[in-house]
Design a binder for this molecule. Structure first.
Ligand code: SF4
Length: 74
């Protein structure tokens, strides 16, 4: 799974950081989203999908990898 954040779309709501502080952070200077990790464990995939769904700015994108996705669902 690949996850991207678009700081242009982020409205600094902090929802992703509140729900997933291990994965997301907010920049101290402007409050915009930052990723704490560049790779993700299969057990984090559901949390990442939820973060993308709940982001009010649509700033979090999740790109599924077919092989990893299959493994995570087993
Ligand atoms: S939930 Fe979305 S809009 Fe809110 S801080 Fe995270 S990336 Fe930005």
């Amino acid at each position: 799974m690949q996850v991207k954040v678009d700081r242009e779309l982020c409205c600094s709501s902090g929802m992703c950081v509140t729900n997933s502080p291990e994965i997301f952070d907010q920049d101290d200077r402007d409050g915009l989203v930052m990723l704490r990790q560049s790779t993700f464990r299969p057990e984090q995939f559901a949390e990442l999908r939820l973060a993308a769904d709940l982001c009010p700015g649509g700033a979090i994108s999740v790109v599924e990898d077919a092989v990893e996705d299959d493994a995570a669902r087993r």
